[in-house]
Write a protein that binds this ligand. Structure first.
Ligand SMILES: Cc1cc2nc3c(=O)[nH]c(=O)nc-3n(C[C@H](O)[C@H](O)[C@H](O)COP(=O)(O)OP(=O)(O)OC[C@H]3O[C@@H](n4cnc5c(N)ncnc54)[C@H](O)[C@@H]3O)c2cc1C
Length: 410
């Protein structure tokens, strides 16, 4: 019989490495399987995160390529909404380096990293889980008490668990190019339903005259067509710039799911822990990883890997970020329901001084619903843009109650 691990983690992305690190650091035997021969590659991310994310990752500024202090938003009709301040709102990072650094952390904590090892299937066996994998063309298997699926948007572990949902996936594409027209510290966003249906396109400056330009689509439009269209529509930014280093991937926006089963936990994209407003999944996946590791350690101490016990993980994650993700899902549906005329009117309203100031004060890419709430409170007319029913009204009511309580307390 092969050695029995306390935990096998599938996928050495940020979520997988964080879970592996946090379980191994408690003295448990952890195996981290990564299907590629190198961690972090191929790249499938624009690498825009908050400082809070790096803190959670336990990674220093070595991965930071540029500081972002504002944004320019282009409307379908050519309007420009410019929002900028002195504060650093976000960081453009070297995503490959982030993944590499976190995998090293996991190893330093005692986890064994096996590269070129692809998870194939799981099988329950006498209260344990047998993990079938393939490495170098040969099949192998490992026995574990717990399996953590951190294998990304198309998670095979989630499929085996019967909880993978192919719906609500944005197709994203990102490439690097020279774009001297983009300000050094401002992200550019392009909202236009004919350009990036149901989503948006973006350019993130890297501080050296290069940008990460990307786009997402939700209705079957190929992201490459969207990117070509962006390129030709905005020559002031992208003239003479050669697109390089394409990276594509599905972005599984958060939707209700069950990220656990008997002996199994899912984290990160595999658990759809992704902000529905921006598609950012590094912060939310790391929050998920923290809760998953906490539950896993407790389960290992008690030797209880039942589905009932592991459901604690999901409860803790939802208590932490659930309402924000629910409000984000509502905001995404509202945004996707607006046509170009409505988007034009919305951006015109947001361009006023008072609302711009609110955006500067409350803008936070990890918690976008808080800003939306403040905007509607300050300008109730914005509520006329709410053209679809909220799916998660309770999450908004809880936020409003919390705000009122905080107001009374101060
Ligand atoms: C175009 C695009 C742009 C994005 N931009 C941003 C951004 O700016 N900011 C942000 O926060 N998020 C962004 N995201 C989302 C972000 O990339 C993900 O949310 C994040 O990578 C999720 O981390 P993870 O560890 O869950 O999964 P991943 O990073 O996807 O890692 C999964 C790992 O599992 C491995 N794996 C998969 N299957 C197997 C298997 N069968 N066996 C073994 N290993 C396996 C993979 O090789 C990979 O290393 C973007 C996504 C896309 C597609």
């Amino acid at each position: 019989m092969k050695r029995c691990y306390d935990t096998v983690v599938v996928g050495a992305g940020p979520a997988g490495s964080a879970v592996a690190r946090d379980i191994a650091s408690q003295g448990f035997r952890v195996l981290l399987l990564e299907e590629h021969d190198a961690v972090g590659r191929p790249l499938h991310c624009s690498g825009l995160v908050t400082a809070r994310t790096l803190e959670l990752a336990g990674v220093g500024d070595g991965v930071v390529r540029n500081e972002i202090r504002g944004a320019v938003i282009h409307s379908p009709g050519g309007r420009e909404l410019s929002i900028g301040g002195d504060r650093v709102y976000a960081l453009a990072i070297d995503r490959v380096r982030l993944d590499e650094t976190m995998a090293v952390q996991a190893q330093e904590a005692g986890a064994e990293l096996l590269l070129g090892a692809r998870f194939l299937a799981l099988e329950h066996e006498n209260g344990l889980v047998r993990v079938h994998a393939e490495r170098g063309g040969r099949r192998t298997s490992f026995l574990a008490k717990l399996l953590v699926g951190a294998d990304g948007a198309l998670s095979r572990v989630a499929k085996q668990l019967g909880v993978h949902r192919p719906d609500g996936m944005v197709l994203g594409l990102v490439a690097e190019m020279r774009a001297p027209g983009v300000a050094k510290d401002q992200v550019v966003a392009f909202v236009d339903q004919s350009l990036a249906p149901g989503w948006f396109a973006w350019a993130i400056p890297l501080g050296d005259g290069r940008v990460r330009v990307g786009t997402g689509t939700t209705n079957g439009v190929k992201p490459i067509d969207s990117l070509r269209c962006l390129h030709s529509r905005f020559p002031e930014y992208f003239r003479n710039g050669e697109l390089r280093g394409f990276a594509a991937g599905g972005i599984p926006l958060w939707a209700p799911t069950r990220p656990y089963g008997e002996n199994v936990l899912l984290v990160g994209d595999a658990a759809r822990q992704v902000k529905p407003t921006s598609g950012g999944g590094i912060y939310t996946g790391l929050v998920g990883a923290g809760h998953a590791a906490e539950t896993a350690v407790e389960a290992l101490k008690r030797e209880d890997f039942s589905r009932a016990f592991l459901s604690r993980y999901h409860k803790a994650f939802m208590a932490d970020l659930g309402d924000e993700l629910k409000r984000g899902a509502d905001l995404h549906r509202l945004f996707a329901s607006l046509d170009n005329r409505q988007l034009e009117r919305l951006l015109a309203r947001l361009g006023g001084d008072r609302l711009r100031k609110l955006i500067l004060t409350h803008g936070d890419i990890d918690f976008p619903s808080r800003l939306f709430y403040e905007l509607v409170r300050a300008a109730p007319a914005l509520a006329t843009f709410i053209c679809t029913r909220l799916r998660f009204p309770g999450a908004w009511l809880r936020w409003r109650r919390g705000r009122r309580r905080a107001g009374r307390g101060s």
